[in-house]
Design a protein. Structure first.
Ligand code: TXE
Length: 479
């Protein structure tokens, strides 16, 4: 499989003819190559985007909307093919990609295709001075979208769809670890009638192609999802260039369980919030705090449930947990298990690499539950981003709030309780951009999405992201 850049509506080789090998996580084998793009490729993509901008930004909203809805439908029509590709590239179970990743990619285009028709600006009458102000919301021009490997097409389109809806042209780079569905998106956009040059997709390493996008003086905004350290680097590069930035970074999210919760619903959802997508979702609740009266029961029920999860080849429909995304990532996650052990954590289940028969070199790992007696250990403070959770009892609301808020991250939090007043108190006091009460990852695309502290800056979703991808300009008219 040879993946190419998608520039000006065409698939092209990288100018320098340098390539990167692409690995299949399920068996550890190389199955293709992708462009090792450089600044030169980014420049060609930028020029294509810049040339397309005058026409795309002047295209009536109804027409832009129609094209976005076409893309949504074309993704849907290619569901099977895209899900299989996503799984091959990322290691996630095909059934998960079919149920979540690809439908959501389609929904992203459908949602913003509709949302843009409802997006409006404000006017302010300045009473007593005979003046009226109205605010234009103009597209920025060419914008950069950089996405990670955990939910490849899902997150790639979560940025691209609103950028395009708002009238921008895009230079986008998917993760070099999972380029395949982004590659396929080019053809889908052509089939759906997206004009040439409106979306350009450049593949390659973050420090080369990604960095060139961020450094480009005329790319006006950067929408990035990925690791916190990368986010800091991007911010350091983009801030002196006065670019708009939206950074959605890591998380170390608390899952806070009170004894009065609906226990069965809680435990079902907690299995999901811990290990969905092999625990590689920035929203996973990787720190589980349980109120002491139900701690022992939770511990034994939860571990029993986790031990039943089936790890295996992503093509197998009976599998709950597929492969981790890469060898490096698997090693990083396993290192954290050792760190936790050295810090006194007790491994209740998992903790090891798992060999799937016939796919011995695949990057599999058993889902892992670690009991910790202090929230201060590294396993409880640093983002592991794999199938690893810690569990720990707590006694009071004040105590659990304090330990929940003590980490550097603040993306999401889950609270399980049937006490309304406590729900209100906790939701207000918790340091995070998103709070789920008695549920997890229930998404409504109209809501603001993003984190505080080291989890990022800015909000995606709904009109928030359409505001990000437009520049407000106030016009004041005296009459
Ligand atoms: O992501 P990177 P990595 C976390 C998770 C993971 C860690 C590192 O903890 O273990 O981050 O993952 C591009 N300029 N998350 O290293 O490097 C890169 O090519 C411009 C959380 O794989 O942040 C890719 O397209 N771009 C996260 C994208 O950034 C650069 C999801 C993300 O890669 C760049 C993934 C640069 N200098 C990992 N350097 C979440 N929030 O969901 C890299 N990139």
């Amino acid at each position: 499989m040879i993946i190419k850049n998608f520039i000006n509506g065409q698939y092209v080789d990288p100018i320098g003819d340098e390539w990167i090998e692409n690995y299949c996580p399920a068996d550890g084998e190389i199955y293709g190559k992708i462009p090792d793009s450089t600044r030169d490729d980014v420049e060609v993509a930028y020029i294509a985007a810049k040339s397309a901008f005058p026409s795309w930004s002047a295209t009536p909203v109804e027409e832009r909307s129609r094209i976005l809805l076409n893309i949504a439908e074309t993704i849907e029509n290619n569901l099977e093919r895209l899900a299989e590709a996503e799984s091959e590239d990322n290691g996630k179970p095909v059934k998960l990609a079919k149920r979540i990743d690809i439908p959501r990619a389609s929904q992203n285009f459908r949602f913003f295709g509709h949302a843009i028709t409802q997006f409006s600006s404000e006017s302010h009458e300045t009473v007593g001075k005979n003046a009226i102000n109205y605010t234009l919301r103009q597209p920025l021009g060419v914008v950069g979208c950089i996405s990670p490997w955990n939910l490849p097409l899902y997150l790639f389109t979560w940025k691209i769809a609103p950028a395009l809806a708002a009238g921008n042209c895009v230079v986008a780079k998917p993760s070099e670890i999972t380029p395949l569905t982004a590659f396929m998106l080019g053809e889908i956009c052509n089939d759906a009638g997206l004009p040439k040059g409106v979306l350009n997709i450049v593949h390659g390493f973050g420090h080369k192609a990604g960095q060139a996008i961020v450094e480009h003086p005329d790319i006006k905004a950067i929408s990035f999802t990925g690791g916190t350290q990368t986010g800091a680097k991007i911010a350091a590069t983009a801030a002196p260039l006065f670019k708009k930035m939206s950074l959605e970074l890591g998380g170390k999210n608390p899952n806070i369980i009170f004894a009065d919760c609906d226990y069965e619903a809680m435990i079902d959802t907690t299995v999901q919030s811990s290990f969905s997508n092999q625990g590689q979702i920035c929203l996973c609740g990787s720190r589980i705090f349980i109120e002491r009266p139900i701690y022992d029961k939770f511990k034994s029920d939860f571990v029993a449930r986790i031990e039943k999860l089936r790890v295996g080849h992503p093509n197998d429909d009976h599998v709950d947990i597929g492969a981790l995304v890469s060898k490096d990532h698997l090693e990083k996650v396993l290192d954290y298990v050792d760190i936790a052990k050295n810090e006194g954590g007790k491994i209740l289940c998992g903790g090891e690499r798992f060999i799937v028969k016939g796919f011995d070199d695949g990057y599999y790992m058993n889902p892992t539950v670690i009991e910790v007696d202090s929230d201060d250990c590294r396993a409880n403070r640093e983002e592991i981003f794999g199938p690893v959770v810690t569990i720990m009892p707590f006694d009071t609301e004040e105590e659990v709030l304090e330990i929940s808020n003590k980490v550097d991250y603040g993306l999401s939090a889950t609270i399980w309780t049937n006490d309304l007043s406590r729900t209100m108190r906790m939701s207000h006091a918790i340091h995070s951009g998103i709070v789920w009460v008695n549920t997890w990852m229930l998404r409504d695309l109209r809501t603001p999405f993003g984190g505080v502290k080291n989890s990022g800056v800015g909000r995606e979703g709904g009109f928030e992201v359409l505001r990000f991808f437009t520049e407000p300009k106030n016009v004041c008219i005296k009459y």
